[in-house]
Design a protein around this ligand. Sequence first.
Ligand code: GUN
Ligand code: FE
Length: 461
Amino acid sequence: MTQVFFGKIIHTKSFDEFEICTNGYIAVDEAGVIFAIGQESEFATWLTKNANYEAAQVERLTPDQFLMPGFVDCHIHAPQVAQIGLGLDMPLLEWLNTYTFPLEAQFNDNKFATKVYAKVVEHTIKAGTTLASYFGTNHKQSTVILAKEALRQGQRALIGKVCSNFNCPDFYVETTANSLADTKKFIEEIKDLNSELIKPTITPRFAITCTKELMTKLGEIAKENRLHIQSHISENVSEVQFIKSQYKCSYAEVYDSTGLLTSKTVMAHGVHLEDAEIELLRKRGTSVAHCPASNTMLSSGLCDVVRLIKNGVKVGIGTDVSGGNSMSIQDAILRTLDVSHHLEFVKKQDIKGNGSLNVRQNSYRPIDYKNAIYLATLGGAEALSLSNVCGNFMPGKEFDALIVDTSVYPLHNYIADDDKGRKSAELQLFEMVQKFIYVGDDRNILKVYVKGKQIKNNCIC
Ligand code: GUN
Ligand code: FE
């Protein structure tokens, strides 16, 4: 059935292009593809030329609601939801060995996996994630269960069976042959699901737990099948030092020499990348998933997103559950803004000998909430090489969207009648967006759509 949405609309066209429409429409065709977007005042004329939309299902938003593109989570470990909030007083490598590897090893139990993965998909949809790039575990079978859950609940997802054959505990390590054979079987089983929404992703955990041979062969499989690739890069100083001492080259060069840096690769973190590595990522078209919550929780460092973007690297946002402690990309937007402001302070403040602060002149401009919304939507889709399919409301893209309601707790969209007269419709919409980003949460995400199909409904009606 065709659908038409009337009301306030926001979306982005690039890092610096934020578009709003205070009184618009979006027409969505039977296949869930956006057919047209425009001003409501032009709709009647438009309809005369598009008579097949006369019988469309109509959704008229209230004055307190707006439509925005769905959130994109560029990096999340689905199994780690079972330990969310634990061990965040540890640095990365200690946290992996103490908590994460023992937990992930339990996903050889398909019943346990089914229980956890059903909840992960349910909660991320509730938080407005319409597209997620998921890490599973080393286990092929339970990672297929994750894919089936995303499919059952209607979420768009890139899903990877994790590969690790080296430097891991005995209870959670693969042989090279098994890792490759299971990866190939995994790709076939995901293809058999026959869904455009679910794609297999080649997922070497990181260069510390994969041999060069395994990474090279995984690079070949990705190339042969034109698949997405995801991994971690330069998250933590000890990790970077380990890689440099092992390989005698930079972290990015290790991945490049194994064919893993492609235009369909997303690398999580990139906190400690050197200039030459950033240039290499740019040349390869490889993107970075910025994971601010995790970078803070595991004391990894401050990632300078502005530096990456200025140097031509695509950036999206990741929750990195459970290095990150929230499944919400809206929360990750706030963490992104925090980190960007903290970087600004670091660049502008010197601690003087007497402990007081000395403010320096510096032109560093932190990102703002509109830039962050771009990173969480279109930027994420670009980082995952899916911006031809989703990320904003350009005609031809699939309708992945959220209806946000600013009249629902914890927001109060109180506007005195006087103010309604004084403030332009544009300003009122910008203020609704700010309230949602800075104060709102998943209770304000009323409905979630993927490819035109509603997959969450908070409506009390
Ligand atoms: N590096 C390798 N594995 C992981 C993981 O599970 N989480 C994070 N944050 N970093 C990693
Ligand atoms: Fe991670």
